[in-house]
Design a binder for this molecule. Structure first.
Ligand SMILES: CC(C)(COP(=O)(O)OP(=O)(O)OC[C@H]1O[C@@H](n2cnc3c(N)ncnc32)[C@H](O)[C@@H]1OP(=O)(O)O)[C@@H](O)C(=O)NCCC(=O)NCCS
Length: 329
């Protein structure tokens, strides 16, 4: 049986950390405390002026390649999941191919907003299962949202940050199912106009006084994730032929710790079965799940043989969940 495994992970978050005390200075005393109360976020990372999204990707990818004992020349495909690309076209994945020197790799970007990395893993696993010429695929979720912040808007500037997480998806033959076990994608497109960057595309080209800012145009329904994530995970587990009770570690979209706490409570699992990073890194969008997964790996939270579930939602409203049997040491 040809399986698609996560052979290694890597992550990069920029060095510059902006604490909540800075939010108090910009938006008034008590803002930082409100952000902690609402989301758990205490600081956020921002990239340097000389960096762009592809640079974050390259740093995360290099770590994943080193941990996989592979070189860029081994990659057959590079898939970058981002809604903050270096530019609208061409794909950031092509910039990354050049910066990494991965001359054999095909490239494309995938935009499913904050669910992009989970969607990207699904695509990569299916490439590997369907086509024996693909051996190693780099999937990276990356967020350079600091470039799209309106510094007069406390509802976005307090949350969104920069960072990337990478995974090398490799093909292995084996008698049993390993690695990727199954995944589901979904969306509620009626909320496509709720959260996003609504300029710089064909509907509202950038230029003149049109700024490219990320905006909450209207609120996501407050109970959306608490209702949808357990259902999404159940669908992924059913497809994978596994039980959610057997999952060792859940990794969720990292916008809001309070939502993760509520979801774990609804599913009746302890918080020790999840891992989170938004407190110190802020919200990393499609980079959040892979960088949090990598942090869990570094901290020994994932062991060989563990069942790992990923669950994401984001602008669109796009959604995705998948289950993996962990194979890396
Ligand atoms: C963004 C989110 C944290 C806001 O929380 P909320 O409870 O909906 O907040 P509200 O809009 O009802 O505002 C309540 C109060 O908190 C304040 N507040 C909300 N977000 C804030 C922020 N980011 N910074 C500072 N204050 C904030 C509001 O100003 C308001 O203050 P007031 O009572 O003094 O007027 C929450 O809606 C959320 O987590 N949404 C999920 C979105 C999601 O999952 N997206 C997927 C990934 S992109």
């Amino acid at each position: 049986m040809r399986n698609a495994i996560i052979r290694s992970t890597g992550a990069y978050v920029p060095e510059t950390s902006i604490p909540n005390s800075e939010m108090d200075k910009r938006f008034g005393e008590g803002t930082g405390a409100k952000v902690v109360e609402k989301t758990g976020i205490r600081a956020r990372r921002h990239m340097r002026a000389d960096q762009t999204t592809s640079d974050l990707v390259v740093e995360a990818a290099r770590e994943a390649l080193t941990r996989a004992k592979l070189t860029a020349a081994d990659l057959d495909l590079i898939l970058v999941a981002t809604d903050t690309p270096d530019q609208p076209s061409p794909a950031t994945a092509s910039v990354v191919q050049h910066k990494l020197g991965a001359s054999k790799a095909g490239t494309f970007d995938l935009n499913s907003a904050c669910a992009g990395f989970v969607a990207g893993l699904d695509v990569a696993a299916k490439f590997i299962q369907a086509d024996s010429t693909y051996q190693h695929i780099l999937v990276v979720g990356a967020y350079g949202m600091s470039r799209f912040l309106d510094w007069t808007d406390k509802t976005t500037a307090t949350l969104f940050a920069d960072g990337a997480g990478a995974a090398i998806i490799s093909a292995v033959e084996g008698p049993t199912r390993l690695g990727y076990l199954g995944g589901v994608l979904g969306a509620d497109g009626s909320f496509h106009d709720a959260l996003g960057i609504y300029s710089g595309g064909a509907s509202k080209p950038a230029g003149g006084d049109v700024h490219q800012y990320v905006k909450f145009v209207r609120r996501f329904p407050p109970t959306f994730n608490v209702e949808r994530w357990p259902m999404l995970l159940k669908s992924a587990a059913d497809k994978a032929g596994e039980k959610l009770d057997d999952v060792d570690l859940f990794i969720f979209t990292q916008l809001n710790l309070r939502i993760i706490e509520a979801v774990m409570q609804v599913m009746k699992y302890p918080m020790t079965k999840t891992h989170y990073t938004m407190e110190e890194w802020g919200y990393l969008g499609s980079g959040a799940i892979p960088s949090t997964l990598h942090d869990a790996v570094l901290k020994g939270r994932v062991k060989k043989g563990d069942l790992v579930a990923l669950c994401a939602s984001g602008g669109g409203i796009s959604m995705g969940a998948s289950l993996f049997r962990w194979t890396a040491d």
